[in-house]
Design a protein around this ligand. Structure first.
Ligand code: HEM
Length: 417
C-alpha cells in the first residue's frame, strides 16, 4: 500500500443520512494512490450515486453518470465559483488591477455572465484553429520520441508527457519557452495540494501564476502578435475594452488547464498501451483506429474532478444539500458507471455507447477538447509507429496522485533496442 496521510474526517452534518456517507479522500485515499482507476471502479460499483465524504473538509460527490450529467447542467444549484459574480465585482471595485482577486475565466463564472467571457475563446480554440497546429504538434512529438528511442527506456512523464503539451500551450499563448520549468512547477504546486480549498491560499497561488506571466502579458498589449494573449487584449466585455485584470484571469485559467490535463491524460493512456502490447500491435497495423482508441482511453481513464459549490438549499435527486457545501463532479466514476457503460472495466473499441463525459458537459464543457484530442492522437500514433513494443519497467512500479486532476506520478517505459 502507498503511504498516505488521510485528511481528518469532519463531523457529518445532520441533514446527511448515514446511508449516503462513503469515506473517500480524493487526494489521499491509499487505494487511489496505488492504482487510481481500480479504486474508482470500486467506487463506481459500490458507492451511492450521490455520496458525502467527511474528508478534505467534507463534500458531496456526484459519482453516477446521471448525477454528474444533471449537476453539470444545473448551474442554479451548483455554482462554479465560491462567490457570485456580483459579489466578486463588488470586492474588486476601486482596487488597482494588480490587487484585484483573480477569477479564473471563464471556469469560475456561472451563466449568464459566463457566455460573455467564454465567447472570445470559442474561435481560437475551435476545431479549425486547432487542426492548424497538428503538424507542429507532430514535429514536437517526433523530436521527443526520437530523442529517447536509442536509450531503450524513458520516464515517460518527464521525457514526453510534460514537455509536449507544455510547449504547444506556451507557443499558442505566446509565452517564453525558456521559462517552461518555472511554469510547470507552478502548475504542479497549484494542482497537487489539498490546501487549494482555502480561498486565500488559492488567491496567493493564482497571483504567483499571474506574476510569472505579467511581463509577457504587458508586452503583448504594447506589441500584439499572432497569439492568444494578443487576441484577448483586443476583446471587449459588455462593451468595455479588456483590462489587465481580465487578461490575468484568462491567463491563470488557460495556463492551469492547458499544462496539467493533457499531460496526465497522456500518462494514463500510454500506461494502458504499455500494459497491452496487443493494442499497440493493432494500432500500429491500422493507425486509422487511433482516434477511436484515444476516445476509449479517455472514457476508461477519465481523470478530472471539477468542483462545485451548492448555491442554495436544495433537494437534488432526492438528496438534501445546503448552501455553501462543496460538491465534486466525479467524472472518472461517471465514465465507469455500470449503469451507463456495459462492463465499464473493459477497454473495448467496439463498445456500443462511446459517448464519454471526460471533457465534462453543460456550459463549462472543456474549451480545450479539440486541442487535447489532437495532442493525444498524434502522441499515440507516433509512439506506436516509432518505438518498438514498449512495456512498463517491472522494477519501477507506478504510483498516482489524486486531486482535481488524477494521474500517474511517473511512468517508466522500456523497449528492446
Ligand atoms: C485531456 C485533456 C483535458 C481534459 C480531460 C479536460 C477536461 C475538462 C473538463 C472536465 C472541464 C469542465 C470543468 C467544469 O465543468 O467545471 C474543462 C473545462 C475547461 N478546459 Fe479542459 N480539459 C483538457 C484539456 C484542456 C486544454 C488543453 C485546455 C486549454 C488549453 C483546456 C481548457 C479548458 C477551459 C478554458 C475550461 C473551462 C471552460 C468554461 O468554463 O467554459 N482544457 N476541461
Amino acid at each position: 500500500m502507498v503511504k498516505a496521510t488521510l485528511s481528518p474526517a469532519v463531523p457529518k452534518p445532520d441533514h446527511v443520512p448515514d446511508a449516503l456517507v462513503y469515506d473517500f479522500d480524493y487526494y489521499f485515499d491509499p487505494a487511489l494512490l496505488e492504482n487510481a482507476h481500480d479504486r474508482i471502479l470500486q467506487i463506481a460499483a459500490e458507492a451511492p450515486p450521490i455520496f458525502w465524504s467527511p474528508r478534505q473538509g467534507g463534500s458531496w460527490f456526484m459519482r453516477s453518470h446521471d448525477a454528474t450529467y444533471k449537476a453539470s447542467r444545473d448551474t442554479d444549484t451548483f455554482s462554479n465559483g465560491p462567490f457570485p459574480f456580483e459579489m466578486i465585482a463588488h470586492m474588486n471595485a476601486g482596487k488597482p488591477d494588480n490587487q484585484k482577486a483573480l477569477i479564473p475565466l471563464p471556469i469560475t463564472i456561472d451563466p449568464p455572465h459566463h457566455a460573455t467571457y467564454r465567447g472570445p475563446l470559442q474561435k481560437p480554440f475551435g476545431p479549425k484553429a486547432m487542426l492548424a497546429l497538428k503538424d507542429n504538434i507532430r514535429a514536437l512529438a517526433i523530436e521527443l520520441i526520437e530523442g529517447v528511442k536509442a536509450d531503450g527506456k524513458c520516464e515517460f512523464m518527464t521525457a514526453i508527457a510534460e514537455p509536449l503539451p507544455v510547449t504547444v500551450f506556451l507557443q499558442l499563448f505566446g509565452l517564453p519557452l525558456e521559462r517552461q520549468r518555472v511554469y510547470r512547477d507552478l502548475v504542479a504546486e497549484h494542482m497537487h495540494s489539498p490546501l487549494a480549498h482555502d480561498p486565500q491560499e488559492i488567491q496567493r497561488r493564482l497571483r504567483r501564476v499571474a506574476e510569472v506571466m505579467r511581463e509577457t502579458i504587458l508586452e503583448r498589449q504594447a506589441e500584439p502578435r499572432d497569439d492568444i494573449l494578443s487576441m484577448l487584449w483586443q476583446s471587449e466585455f459588455d462593451g468595455r475594452p479588456a483590462n489587465l485584470h481580465d487578461i490575468e484571469n484568462y491567463a491563470v485559467m488557460l495556463f492551469l488547464a492547458g499544462l496539467d490535463t493533457v499531460m496526465n491524460g497522456m500518462g494514463l493512456g500510454v500506461r494502458h498501451l504499455a500494459m497491452h502490447p496487443e493494442l499497440q500491435e493493432q494500432l500500429r497495423a491500422d493507425v486509422s483506429l487511433i482516434p477511436e482508441a484515444a476516445e476509449e482511453l479517455l472514457r476508461r481513464y477519465t481523470f478530472t474532478v471539477p468542483p462545485r459549490f451548492v448555491a442554495r438549499d436544495s433537494e437534488f435527486e432526492g438528496v438534501t444539500m445546503k448552501k455553501g457545501e462543496r460538491a465534486m463532479i466525479f467524472l472518472p466514476a461517471a465514465d465507469l458507471d455500470p449503469s451507463e457503460f456495459k462492463s465499464p472495466e473493459d477497454y473495448n473499441l467496439a463498445r456500443e455507447n462511446k459517448v464519454h463525459i471526460a471533457f465534462g458537459t453543460g456550459p463549462h464543457r472543456c474549451l480545450g477538447s479539440h486541442l487535447a484530442r489532437i495532442e493525444l492522437q498524434v502522441l499515440y500514433e507516433e509512439m506506436v509507429t516509432r518505438l518498438p513494443t514498449f512495456r512498463l519497467d517491472p522494477d519501477k512500479p507506478l504510483t498516482f496522485h489524486g486531486g482535481n486532476v488524477i494521474g500517474p506520478n511517473q511512468v517508466h517505459l522500456v523497449w528492446d533496442v
